[in-house]
Design a protein around this ligand. Structure first.
Ligand code: LLP
Length: 431
């Protein structure tokens, strides 16, 4: 089995953290997002402990809210000693409404509105990641209007191609995020920021992409960031206290995908940075990281009920489920591979070749193509693994399909954390 928290119980059903997936489906209905809170906590601890062990005091992981934003996640990451990265007023409000401390929030976004900037300052978020010069001016204006000096990191692009999907590759020079080092604009950005009232520059931020397997990409990123910091010091006399390295550690989705050793990677990055700093006589900065996927992806499983099963003779069989691209658009968007199990028949051979299709009127509405599962019957529960990241947070109401409920599993108990959307919810905004 892909993950150690999955097993097969005496009924031949899939068990997630010891809990019967078919019973969860019967109790809460399907589609259902299931999140193993204990696995999330263990991922948080891996980051926190590894970073504490080999990086300067004050270094910390910030959970990238975009991967999975709902109130119930924030107490978990707070208790585990993490901060949070957010990209909108909506994410800030969600975190704050769950009691998350504002000073541990880092506010991102390449096109924050002035209202969002004002809201972020008024909420007391600990740090803004300023994406561009224009934002710097707005932030300065809003901060001065409130008599606040806002701490900021400046987002730069280091000009790296970490060989991940183009859609999630953000480190290249030609990117809508951040200011490029290569063109000289980043240096001018820093110069401007240092003389801008209402902001205090703490250091730099860079994110090279997502679902990256090789530690070398992160070491290259560190090299380029440090070279830039040294050039800034030499030119402007400014020494950065903080480097934020963004997110991006990959997770395995299907058998054969490598398992990234998070702690070993952090240690390698820390060592690399320490060597570079020693070489340049640069004081070791505090390090922030922004893991999203690697905190929550493998803790999530989506349960569906198998509906109609259709065989197109000479072609293929379709198993249609009661959700699809509305709760998980990742196959439609990126052709992302997923592991699908027939949770009702775990002891039967997985020899039924099929494509799992969703329920939307859209031929791209698929969860997985040409896979094998134990031959399903209508009513079986199908489990799609590794759906904890970028599923709930990217879900939609296309075709007016309602968003699923989300349950959290903790210490052998299930707790409804997000209730299923209702028709009344759907109609609530319409006058
Ligand atoms: N920090 C920044 C500035 C980011 O842009 C991202 C992801 C992260 C952190 C978190 O990266 P992670 O640790 O999750 O790889 N929707 C796509 C992923 C988009 C990622 C966008 N930025 C997907 O479903 O694969």
């Amino acid at each position: 089995m892909l993950y150690h928290n999955l097993s097969v119980n005496d009924h031949g059903h899939l068990a997630i953290a010891g809990m019967d997936a078919c019973e969860l489906a019967a109790t809460y209905g399907t589609p259902l997002y299931v999140l193993d809170e204990d696995l999330v906590r263990s991922k948080c601890r891996t980051y926190v402990q590894a970073m504490r062990a080999c990086l300067p005091e004050g270094s910390m992981p910030l959970f990238a809210s975009k991967a999975l934003c709902f109130r119930g996640i924030y107490p978990v990451i707070e208790e585990e000693g993490m901060g949070a990265d957010v990209v909108s007023a909506g994410e800030i409000a969600t975190a704050l409404s769950a009691g998350f401390p504002a000073e541990r929030i880092c506010f991102h976004g390449s096109n924050k509105t002035d209202d969002e900037i004002a809201y972020g300052i008024a909420s007391g978020v600990g740090c803004f990641v300023v994406d561009n010069l224009d934002e710097l001016r707005s932030l300065s204006r809003e901060a001065q209007a409130r008599n606040v000096v806002q701490r900021v990191l400046l987002r730069v692009t280091v000009g790296l191609d970490p060989h991940t999907l183009a859609a999630i590759n953000t480190g290249k020079v030609d990117s809508q995020f951040g200011v490029p080092i290569e063109t000289g604009q980043a240096l001018r950005f820093v110069r401007q920021a240092l003389s801008t009232p209402g902001v205090e520059v703490m250091g730099f931020h860079s994110h090279i992409g997502s679902q990256i397997f090789e530690a070398t990409s992160f070491c290259d990123q560190v090299d380029r960031l440090l070279d830039f910091a040294v050039a800034v010091r030499d030119d402007l006399g400014f020494v950065a206290n903080v480097f934020n390295l963004g997110g991006g550690f990959a997770v395995p989705y299907v058998d054969g995908d490598p398992n990234v050793d998070i702690a070993a990677n952090i240690q390698a990055i820390a060592q690399h940075l320490a060597n570079g700093c020693a070489q340049h006589g640069y004081p070791m900065p505090r390090i922030l990281m922004e893991p999203g996927r690697s905190i929550v992806a493998d803790a999530g499983t989506t349960l569906y009920t198998a509906g109609r099963i259709k065989t197109i003779e000479g072609y293929r069989s379709y198993v249609m489920v009661d959700g699809g691209m509305t709760d998980n658009p990742r196959y439609a968007l990126y052709k992302s591979a997923y592991t699908v199990l027939n949770a009702s028949r775990m002891n039967e051979p997985a020899d039924f070749a099929c494509t799992i299709a969703g329920r939307c009127c859209e031929s791209g509405d698929r969860i997985a193509e040409d896979i094998c599962i134990a031959r399903p019957e209508r009513g079986d529960v199908l489990a799609v693994l590794t759906t904890g990241a970028y599923n709930y947070s990217m879900s939609s109401n296309y075709n007016r399909v309602m968003r699923p409920a989300l349950v959290m599993l903790h210490d052998g108990e299930a707790r409804l954390a997000v209730r299923r959307q209702s028709i009344d919810d759907l109609l609530a905004l319409e006058l």
